[in-house]
Ligand binder design. Sequence first.
Ligand code: ADP
Ligand code: MG
Length: 220
Amino acid sequence: MNNVKPTLCLKKISKSFKQGSQNLEVLKGVDLEIMPGEIVALIGPSGSGKSTLLQIAGLLDRPSKGEITLDEMKCSKLGDGMRTALRRDYLGFVYQYHNLLADFDAIENVMLPQLIAGVNAGTAREKSRWLLERLGLGKRLKHRPAELSGGEQQRVAIARALAKNPKVLFLDEPTGALDEQTGRQVLDYISRLQTEYGFTIVMVTHNLNIAEMANTVIRM
Ligand code: ADP
Ligand code: MG
């Protein structure tokens, strides 16, 4: 007997984009069940729909057809406000380019989404400091993005995504802009935190070495 319920369930997900008079069918009936603490890697050539699927699974875009269930909540019928709240409270995102705010230092970048979510400043600061230390950035708290290396910037982006204890962390080619060794190091940090906290990971990559850390590899 196994009562564990999937964290995220995609059922018959299709997505097409209108291109003038043409209909571009990117996803055709994708089924995917992701269990708590699972690490899923989406791999495939450029243009195969990896980012599209990630955006849909992360409630940033809606499918043309199909149902997404997040912790047994059916998401297709939810309005934009509720979807935004679910993203804010349950999901974390990391992209190829870090999108850190240039005028703020590392700890402020990690604090900001927490402040916006209503966490008090003292708590947000402590949480951010702790996460940055765990990511090996204890001596970089006051550095602005331009004063950090690519791998360090990406680790700040990971701390920012993890600061709200997301159930699911979505990563879209998180090491795509890094050299091999730095990319490996960033993944080691993610992997260590994941082992400790057990959050679920859905990661797009075209690096097969990276896909090694996954429990499940989906080829698109
Ligand atoms: P991948 O991440 O695997 O490289 P994407 O999911 O970004 O692929 O894109 C898959 C296909 O969908 C591409 O052909 C792309 O041009 C198309 N596409 C993605 N987003 C849009 C959009 N908003 N409008 C039109 N076409 C899109
Ligand atoms: Mg992509």
